[in-house]
Design a protein around this ligand. Structure first.
Ligand code: CIR
Length: 260
């Protein structure tokens, strides 16, 4: 049986847009270089395709600077998709750009109507449950609405906390396989993964916690050799993707695709 939390046949991505330089960021560490971001994005998409998956590559949308980070617009599950309601006002309109594509690919597309907010970056789907981290972007009302929407699909939702000052729950963790999570120590110490095997990012390499397991590969940001070596020693087939430009906007590997 397919392990639906990391075995995928499809992904959706969106090309980086010229207005990416206006993307949201917690701290300004420099202007993203669009050409570099495009090159990294191409390698990302090519790596997803290398696993045999079909990737729907959507065109850039200049009206929404952060629209390359498609993960925040929806939660894709085997039974259907749920359109999110981003907590960042400048990102709310991105959902309408994603909705028609999901409606074409899924028979059942549901929608967070509000008043709460929830972004895909705060949601980690494992083979057992859906973990949702409360954050600056995701509130309890949003989580409760999601819980109600996915119940009859057989999913349980567990609420967890995102470390202070961290954008999204998944900024600090990733699923590696059915039982294993890659996590920063600062997140794992909360005990939220106590029933899983946890591999920690190396000290000083917390910024690579946002990786993705996509079929046979673990895609992780380039430049974090100690964590990379640790993952390889644990038997994972690692692919490193440049992430310097997305990192300037607090983005990582998971943000760049919807996977199902
Ligand atoms: C934002 O602040 O919304 C974007 N600059 C970054 C979004 C990253 N998305 C994600 O982690 N899922």
């Amino acid at each position: 049986m397919a392990e639906t939390s990391y075995e995928f046949t499809r992904a959706i991505t969106r090309a980086p847009c010229k207005s990416i330089i206006d993307g949201l960021r917690a701290v300004d560490i420099g202007t993203p270089d669009l050409d570099q971001m495009r090159a990294d994005h191409e390698l990302y998409v090519a790596t997803l395709k290398e696993t045999g998956a079909t990737v729907l590559e959507l065109p850039a949308v200049d009206d929404f600077p952060d629209s390359v980070f498609v993960e925040d617009t929806a939660l894709c599950l085997p039974q259907g998709a749920v359109l999110m309601r981003p907590g960042a006002p400048s990102r709310m309109g991105e959902v309408a750009h994603m909705a028609p594509h999901l409606r074409e690919l899924y028979d059942d597309v549901r929608e967070i109507k509000g008043p709460g907010h929830i972004e895909g970056g705060d949601i980690l789907t494992t083979s057992r449950e859906i973990l949702v981290g409360l954050s600056e972007r995701t509130d309890m009302e949003g989580v409760e609405e999601l819980r109600a929407l996915v119940k009859d699909w057989g999913h349980t939702v567990r609420v967890v906390h995102t470390p202070e000052g961290v954008l999204h729950f998944k900024t600090d963790c990733s699923l590696l396989d059915a039982d294993t999570i890659l996590s920063t120590k600062r997140l794992a110490v909360s005990g939220c993964f106590k029933d899983y095997r946890v591999l920690h990012t190396a000290d000083g390499e917390e910024a690579c916690a946002n990786a993705i397991r996509f079929n046979q590969f673990v895609l992780m940001p380039a430049g974090f050799p100690n964590t990379r070596d640790m993952l390889q020693e644990n038997g994972y087939q690692v692919r490193e993707i440049g992430n310097t430009e997305c990192a300037k906007l607090d983005g990582g590997m998971s943000c760049l695709s919807l996977r199902f």
